[in-house]
Each structure stands twice: as C-alpha cells, then as structure tokens.
Design a protein around this ligand. Structure first.
Ligand code: UN1
Length: 502
C-alpha cells in the first residue's frame, strides 16, 4: 500500500497546498502501517500571538453580523463537508486508523452539527421575566462571548472541532484550533474546507478560523491568553486538569471533555442478543479509542455465564485488520505507546486476579503498526486498572446480584461520562435513570454508552470535566448572558422595597 501518495492526493483534492505538509518538523505517521505520511510545519510563539490578535479583531466584526447570516456560513460549511465526505472520511481513516464506515461517520457528525447550528442561528433565545416593579421589564439576552480556543484529541480528529466550531461561529465567536499532534493532516484538510465555505460566503473577517499546529506549548499560549475567554479542551484528565486550572486562574471559561470509564449494567431481563451486539460495538468499535467506549460490563449473576460465554466467542472471532482494505471491524491502535499502555493494563489486571481473554498483538502491516485483539477481562473486584481509562479495547467484566450494588459499582470511579443499562424491566430502567441511578452525563437504555447523536448535550461529570458540547442548550457555553432591567415609567421604585429618596 502506498498510503502517503493516497493521502497527498486527498489533501490536494481538498485544497491543502504542499507547503502545509512538507518540510516541517512534525512527522506524521499513519497507524495503518506506521509509515511516515508528511512533515508538517509547526507554528512559532510569534505566530500564535499574531493569530490571537487577529482573532480578537475578527471578533469585533463577526459579533455584529446578524446570527442568521452567521448561520449561512455554517450552512455553506455543511455543504462543503457533504461534497468532501468521502475524501475527509478517508483521510480520517488513514490518519487516525478508523475503519471506513467510522471515518465517514465522523464526517457525518460534522454535517449534522452544521445543520443543527444553522437552525440554532435563529434561536439563540433569552427569557422575558416578570418584574416585581411597576412599569419595569426584565429580559435576558445572549451575546457573543469572544474567541474560542479549541484543543482536540486524535480519536475524533475533526468531529470535535466541528461541534465547537459550528456553535461558536453561529454564536458570533471566532475560533482558534490546536489539534492533536497525531492528526494534523485532517485538521489541515478541515481548515481548507472551511476556507472554501468562507470564499463562497464572501466577507469573512480575517482570522475568523485559525489552525495552529504545534506542541503543548502552543496549547499553553492559547490557554493563558485573556483574549481567548473560552477554552474547549478534549483529551485526558491529566491535560484537562492543567487547562482547567490555568483558565480558571484568569477567570476564563473552560469546556472540558475528558476521560471516561463507561459502564453498562446487564440485568436479568436484558435482551441478550441485542446486548451482545451493543457491547461488541461499544467496547471494540474504534478499537476502544472513544472517550465513550465501553470499559466495564457489570452483569447479573443469572445471565453472566450465558452472556460472557457468547462474548468470549465474539472476542475470539472479531476481525482485526486493515481499516482501509477489507472488512475488518477493528483497526489499529494509534501508536506504540498506546499498545504498550494496553499491555501494561492487562498485566496489572492479571496481577489483580483478572482472567484475560485476548489482548495479543496482531500482525497486519508489519512491525511499525500496532494492531491488537480486543481483550475481555473477567474481574472479581473493581480494582487496579479497572479504575482507570486505558485508551484501548479492554473490557472488564464484573458480576453482581443486587441492582443497587451494580449502580454503586458503576458510579464508584473518578470519571462520569457515559453509562447504560440493558433491561426490559421498567423498574430497573427507571431506577438507573433516577437521581439515585447513574451519575454520568450520559445514561442510555438498551444501547451502549458510545455513538451519541449530536442533538443531545454531550459531556460528563466528575473527572470528565463537566463540559457540555453539541446539542440541546450547549450553545450557551459559547455566549455571555446579559440581564436587562428596563424602566419605562416616570418613577424610580427600588427593588426589595428599599427607600432612597434624595
Ligand atoms: C470522543 O470519543 O471523544 O458518542 C467523542 C460518541 C461520539 C463522540 C465520541 N459521538 O461516541
């Protein structure tokens, strides 16, 4: 396979010039074979400074463009994405190692959020509130908040940008993007597609959307700059803790999407055929490299043997292979470090008494590519690596007898992103969804924890960071709220009955 030339022609088709991915210091490898694809130039601190200054100027102009007109730019972006879905989806597969349908699915998520944001551009509603004073009116309105810094991870190299970008743009905010160092090519392509949309739109202020390819220092410069009032960061809890603290220190706002340690509970009444398929996709899809991937399966003792027996077979037979050619469902891990982390977790699980099925390396495209058979690990207790997020296809299985205990086990981890229950018993389901149930930002019924639609707010609690992106009212995170009290009378009654006659 000559992936490099395929990738270069995809980049060219999407309008990325050669100088953007040659002659630089950042070597990009494809996880598909481990081959080097490009040497991408990175930004200097001076370029970061100039980009922030330009975005701040762009804000002055963009916030005055009517929101539905801003929506038109996002509508055009959605069109350009539709026209380039195969190319961008293919590039995601080459650069992040996703199987083709998942690469395309990621671009579909971008298109969906554009559609959502276009509608939203006519609905950035505030409230009218009853005043306690005569001839007074209280309203709340939402204004653009300023430049949004977007820090994204390798596993959803372009969709995460789009959830933030589409909302920020209709909300009146310029965007500056620092993508993962592992996936700068998909970022370059996305920025080129944005520029196509901007050219169709017409008068877009310079610096409305900027891409900064660089290392952690680039991210730090963004995070520490007061001219960037909002930082949306997706990645590890370790990274998020640093970002959150630094942004809070300057009283900025952060939207954090950090680690997950997502569980599904399987109750005695579960439809096991459906459960099996959902567990397979949740735990092995994207080679376990979603923040929403299923990592813990908590199974009632009455169905444990039948479900886990069938799961072992699925795990032993799942197709692990090239994400581009053939029909494999599980592609590679992103790199060697990721494979080593997987092996370390499996060792730790064994040391803690776990019984490991699978997890070994699979040779697909030679020694520089890291493919692994997904691992199913039977644990007698929730200890050691079960408490951590390992970004690899490892599913820990635990047994329970009382649902309350299963829910407690599910919640007894530091992370709080996604969760689900498999049950046809109304009482079990409603307990799981109740205030005494799952403590996660996402709680599903009879589907796995991953694969959320963009219409809902996406994000989680505790060490997942508390941020919400995408649908519902997540747009509010990209605007500032203003409360207005308007006196249309001739007297000045004070609130709370206060007298102050001069
Ligand atoms: C992520 O893994 O960073 O819900 C996001 C899902 C996808 C998004 C995952 N829509 O699995």
């Amino acid at each position: 396979m000559s992936i490099a030339s395929d990738v270069h022609s995809l980049l060219e088709k999407m309008g990325v010039s050669r100088d953007k991915y040659t002659g630089g210091t950042l070597s990009v490898r494809t996880p598909v074979t481990g081959a080097v694809l490009a040497d991408v130039p990175t930004v200097t601190p001076e370029q970061v400074e100039a980009a922030i200054a330009q975005a701040a100027t762009a804000f002055g102009q963009w916030r005055q463009v009517p929101a539905p007109r801003r929506g038109e730019l996002v509508r055009l972006l959605g069109n350009v994405l539709r026209e380039n879905k195969e190319e961008l989806g293919g590039l995601v597969s080459y650069e992040a190692g996703k199987v083709i349908s998942e690469g395309l699915g990621e671009v579909q998520e971008m298109i969906d959020i554009c559609d959502f944001a276009v509608g939203l551009s006519r609905q950035l509603y505030g409230l009218t509130i009853q005043s306690e004073r005569p001839e007074h009116r209280l309203v709340e309105q939402w204004h653009p908040a300023g430049v949004v810094g977007i820090i994204s991870a390798f596993n959803f190299p372009v969709a995460v940008w789009s959830w933030n970008a589409a909302l920020a743009l209709v909300c009146g905010d310029p965007i500056i993007w620092k993508p993962s160092e592992k996936t700068p090519l998909t970022a370059l392509a996305t920025q080129a597609l944005f520029e196509q949309a901007a050219a169709r739109f017409g008068e877009v202020p310079a610096g409305l959307s900027t891409l900064l390819i660089g290392d952690a220092r680039t991210g730090e410069l963004l995070v520490e700059d007061r001219r960037v009032p909002i930082i949306s960061a997706t990645g590890s809890t370790r990274m998020g803790r640093i970002v959150g603290e630094r942004v809070a220190k300057r009283f900025g706002r952060s939207i954090l999407e950090l680690g997950g340690n997502n569980a599904s509970i399987v109750t005695p009444s579960a439809d096991l055929d459906l459960t099996l398929r959902a567990v397979a996709f949740g735990a092995m899809g994207t080679a376990g490299q979603r923040c929403t991937s299923l990592r813990r399966l908590i199974v009632h003792e009455s169905v444990y043997d039948s479900l886990v027996g069938r799961l072992k077979q699925v795990y032993a037979n799942i197709s692990v292979g090239c994400p581009i050619e053939g029909n494999a469902l599980v592609g590679p891990l992103i790199d060697k470090a990721s494979f080593e982390a997987m092996q370390a977790s499996l060792q730790a699980a064994k040391a803690a008494g776990g019984i490991v099925h699978g997890g070994e390396r699979v040779d697909v495209h030679g020694p520089e590519a890291f493919y692994a058979r997904p691992a199913l690990v039977e644990m007698s207790a929730q200890t050691g690596p079960v408490l951590e997020e390992t970004f690899a296809p490892i599913l820990y299985v635990l047994k329970y007898s009382e649902l309350e205990d299963a829910i407690a086990l599910q919640n007894d981890v530091a992370q709080g992103l996604s969760s689900s229950i498999f049950s046809t018993d109304l009482r079990d389901v409603e307990l799981f969804l109740s205030a005494a149930g799952s403590d996660c930002g996402i709680a599903n019924v009879n589907i796995g924890p991953s694969g959320a639609e963009i219409g809902g707010a996406f994000g989680g609690e505790k060490e997942t960071g508390g941020g919400r992106e995408a649908g519902s009212d997540a747009w509010r995170g990209y605007m500032r709220r203003q409360t207005n009290t308007i006196n249309y009378g001739r007297t000045l009654p004070l609130a709370q009955g206060v007298k102050f006659d001069v």
